[in-house]
Design a protein around this ligand. Sequence first.
Ligand code: AMP
Ligand code: MG
Length: 481
Amino acid sequence: MKLSNSYIGLPEEFYQQINPTPVENPSLLQFNDELAELLKISLEEQEKLDIFSGNKIPSDSIPIALNYSGHQFGNFVHELGDGRAVLLGEINNQNGNYDIQLKGSGLTKFSRQGDGRSALGPVIREYIVSEAMHYLDVPTSRSLAAVATGEYVARDNFEPGGILTRVAKSHLRVGTFEYFASRQQWQDVKLLADFAIQRHYPEIRETNNHYLELLKKVAENQSILISKWMGVGFVHGVMNTDNFSISGETIDYGPCAFLDEYHPGKVFSSIDQNGRYAFGNQPSISAWNLASLAGCLIAFIDKDSDKANELATEVLDNFSVETNQRILNLMCQKIGLDGSSKENQEILRRLLKIMMDNEADYTITFRSLSKIIENDTQKFLSQFKQKAEVNIWIQDWQNAIEKESKEKSLLKKELDTINPVFIPRNHLIQKAIDESYEGNYDLMKEMINVSKTPFDGELENSVYAEAPSKDQRITQTFCGT
Ligand code: AMP
Ligand code: MG
């Protein structure tokens, strides 16, 4: 495993050099062979266990914990940083640049009151969900390995410990910028911005306002990301600025979940009592986070502060407009219609309203639309109690579809490549975690397998496609730190 360590070129305050703390009796629960291939990693079984448990440091690794601040639920927290994670290093090859990070690997100087560890439950959740997101075509950090440490961590109860090896384009966050900006260390903000440009957006070097362009790029990638979250019904749960990546990937999976029944106000995280990060709030929260980044970069956007404000505000305004448009287009695409038409937008709005009123399952409702094209309305109708209203909607939708004059088989194919059959259902993730605590990893492994082909399969033939019954529904996922 050939690792480089470019972050170490930054000043010392950016990180702490710290080795993972060895664990007693680790076992490798899951290893991602496809991802290893992309990374061009080839390791013996024992090496995998040693390295991804933190018990052995690869010869060219210089492990570091990264420093950052962040707005948590809107409040600024100066001292955050990797309190339970270390970056082993980066892999650079023709497929891209990847950070290899251990999460749950022991104390660092950023641990505060924490123990530097992770329970196995959140490791399993992140592994399953991040890999599923990847195959659902949502930009995301990925999971290379899940290790059970053989040790216990104290949470509400004692729970088995785990370490996740995650792979991301980088771990630069809005919060990393905020750390230096809040201390008015502008030289460091600039170093960080240049590092981010070099790493993620090297094309910016050809432009004449690097820092405005950086803001624009982050805005664009976050806009794409959030729209994709909305399309698959993903609720991140803790969209704090320290969990908001500069690369535009989903990072820091915590109390995340996919919607079962549709409701824009849906919250899963037990710590999000006011619903700040509810499903339907995600676009506006991403604008909020982006405004925090703009605040860090503003001094470099133009010497004239009025002009700088004007330029940054324009980026933020465009972000909101474009993100809403992107979501509208994507959602219309999910029902086979062109999002630029006002009538089609109204058909979408009506569908979402009856879905909400009827607690219709987000995934099943969209997926079963393609069955209506083949005159099978049963599955779609099964999601609704108000049959009369929904039948009128079906009629109007079919009329709108007719107007698009698309060949039926093509339309079905398009719908089935945008509306998944499988999402990692929350109640099954919880079951997989519960069973893993009994030493049974079968469900975890099966869920990881099923998630690789989210668009292939039939709603009827698999327990993984079923919505939970009302009493199976998980209403809260815990931060699990
Ligand atoms: P997260 O919920 O993973 O986004 O973490 C928020 C902040 O709390 C980050 O600074 C983490 O490093 C820190 N943190 C979370 N859990 C722990 C833990 N068990 N030990 C130390 N620090 C932690
Ligand atoms: Mg975090």
